[in-house]
Design a protein around this ligand. Structure first.
Ligand SMILES: [Zn+2]
Length: 245
């Protein structure tokens, strides 16, 4: 099974970058967790985190976690600071022209597809001798999602939709990088799947509209459930609808 290690930068006594009320270690962890959940919900993959709480993990230990399980890809999530704005990704020097660079391209391009239309500057696909890139034995990509101390970047990162979109784009990029095939029954891979037409559902004698996406009819779960006398609760945090009879 394909194994992916997600690395939320910093943690514990090391907050990383800070600005406009945002703290790098917290935002990075939120994104890494979302990417883990997104990957696991759509693909048959083994996803591990170098940290899944606010704790400090040495850089070498982060690399060791991935090396010990012979991971296929290591992705590190960070946010920039100290004069600048925009988005950039890093791989180890000399690996731009290898498989690692191709994986960087896949991840970088999916994220820029989100950032570009929002006027975010593409700072480029770069190389740097960072410890987690140097000490990992597998392709490793480090992502710098915007500058926390830049007013415009920070304002964008404070929007819930932005975090969700960064998560979705990262999932798509990683899936693209590793050529992952979605599990049967999972939603289409694109965050905005094309609607192939409308359909309808009849439940308990009532009708509602639905959409056809990739030959499957999607209908409103609350309508169907309540029409059949069931109750629906929705958890906005996990985006999970639970139907009870
Ligand atoms: Zn950082």
């Amino acid at each position: 099974m394909t194994t992916i290690v997600l690395d939320a930068g910093h943690g514990g006594h090391d907050p990383g970058a800070q600005g406009h009320g945002l703290v790098e270690k917290n935002v990075a962890l939120r994104i890494a967790r979302g990417v883990r959940d997104g990957l696991q919900s759509k693909y048959d993959v083994d996803v591990r985190m170098t940290r899944d709480s606010d704790k400090f993990v040495e850089l070498s230990e982060r690399a060791d976690i991935a090396n010990r399980i012979n991971a296929d890809l290591f992705v590190s999530f960070h946010h920039n600071a100290a004069g600048g704005s925009g988005f950039e990704t890093f791989v180890f020097p000399g690996t731009r022209r290898s498989k690692t660079g191709e994986m960087q391209d896949a991840i970088h391009d999916k994220l820029m597809a989100f950032y570009g239309p929002r006027g975010i500057r593409d700072r480029g696909k770069k190389e740097a001798n960072f410890a987690v890139l140097r000490e990992t034995d597998m392709p490793a990509v480090l992502i710098e999602n915007l500058f926390l101390d830049h007013a415009g970047d920070a304002a964008l990162l404070k929007q819930v939709n932005t975090i969700d979109s960064i998560i979705a784009a990262s999932v798509m990029g990683i899936a693209d990088a590793l050529d992952l095939q979605p599990r049967a029954g999972s939603l289409p891979e694109n965050s905005l799947p094309a609607i192939g037409g409308k359909g309808k559902v009849v439940a308990g004698g009532q009708e509602a509209e639905g959409f056809i996406i990739e030959d499957r009819l999607y209908v409103p779960v609350r309508f169907v459930s309540e029409a059949l006398g069931a109750r629906v609760s929705y958890d906005n945090q996990t985006k999970t609808a639970t139907i009870t009879k």
